[in-house]
Design a protein around this ligand. Structure first.
Ligand code: C5P
Length: 305
């Protein structure tokens, strides 16, 4: 395809959300090195928009440059596109353009969102009509969090996080997402967890009280049940985190939670105005933050030719 055709072609654009883990239970490492998880995901309203165009070769670009996102074949979105083409036995390639709204290396699964969005976008661009089960299976091979980015809403995650099941959630939450300028490497946090918790269970269990709180829409109970096993490991790798938490205590959130492997911190509110007010306070303290509602939908098409 010529460059002129590429420029003329209308892209398919898919929006995919960030995730938080309302509960992250981590077990002892499996023989393949991954950790068994019992987690409860919630999709929150911070999004990456991924546009795909037919092209002669695979490429990935960012609308605005962001440090820490690889722009070669190791980018998870390119790997997703190639996996989908291979699944269908089609020899096609695409240019992938990503507008990032999800913090990079913040424990919010931005790379996984891009991969999920790319799967949905190319499926539509190339009229592949991939079944949901096949999309979820391809997503699971790409990364532990990719299936959830397809499903969205609120869901449990088992296995290494890739076995997702939607759960009833009657809450309407507002998160103040407090960003750290320093990222944390997910493998490093899991490794430190192994050092700190040598007797982790083989099979962590899903949190029944938290699931009940979600189903009932009981936010006070939910606030008490939020939990992240990786939090001590993140604090150990990034001692400043404890200091940040101490300073954020003055903001008066309904709960504070580490997002995934961190270092992003989440302040919980059940009222949008209270969350916006708190965000102003967080900024006055010198931190960057954004406000995001949850739960929101998984990867979905927003524009197509
Ligand atoms: O699955 P994904 O590629 O997103 O995982 C990134 C890294 O995080 C893995 O290479 C592994 O080090 C760690 N991880 C883990 N156990 C999980 C999920 C991720 O150890 N369940």
């Amino acid at each position: 395809m010529s460059l002129a055709q590429q420029v003329d072609q209308d892209p398919v654009t898919v929006r995919a959300p960030a995730k938080v883990n309302l509960h992250l239970g981590v077990g002892a490492p499996r023989p393949d090195g991954y950790h068994p998880l019992a987690t409860v995901y919630q999709a929150v309203g911070l999004y990456d928009d991924v546009s795909v165009y037919d092209a002669d070769e695979w490429s990935v670009e960012l609308v605005e440059p962001v440090d820490g996102v690889p722009l070669d074949g190791t980018n998870l979105a390119v790997r997703a596109g190639k996996a989908l083409a291979e699944h269908h036995g089609v020899e096609r390639a695409a240019r992938i353009l990503i507008a990032k709204g999800i913090p990079v290396a913040g424990g919010m699964a931005g790379g996984s969102a891009d991969a999920a969005a790319t799967l949905v976008a190319l499926d539509r661009l190339w009229d592949l009509e991939t079944t949901d089960d096949d999309l979820l299976a391809i997503a699971a091979r790409l990364g532990s969090d990719v299936p959830f980015a397809l499903v969205g809403g609120t869901a449990t995650g088992l296995g290494r996080g890739e076995v997702v099941d939607a759960v009833p959630d009657r809450t309407e939450l507002w998160w103040v997402v407090v960003l750290d300028d320093v990222g944390l490497s997910t493998p490093a946090v899991f490794q430190r967890y192994d050092e700190l918790v040598p007797d982790a269970p083989a099979e962590p269990e899903l949190p029944a009280p938290l699931l009940a709180a979600l189903a009932l829409g009981e936010t006070e109970m939910l606030a008490e049940e939020l939990h992240n096993d990786l939090w001590p490991a993140a604090r150990d790798l990034l001692p400043d985190l404890l200091d940040v938490e101490g300073r954020l205590a003055a903001v008066g959130a309904e709960a504070v939670l580490l997002s995934g492997s961190g270092p992003t911190l989440l302040l919980l509110y059940t009222d949008a105005d209270a969350a916006r007010l708190a965000a102003g306070h967080v900024q006055e303290l010198g931190f960057r933050c954004v406000v995001a509602p949850g739960p929101v939908a998984g990867a979905h098409v927003v524009t197509y030719g």
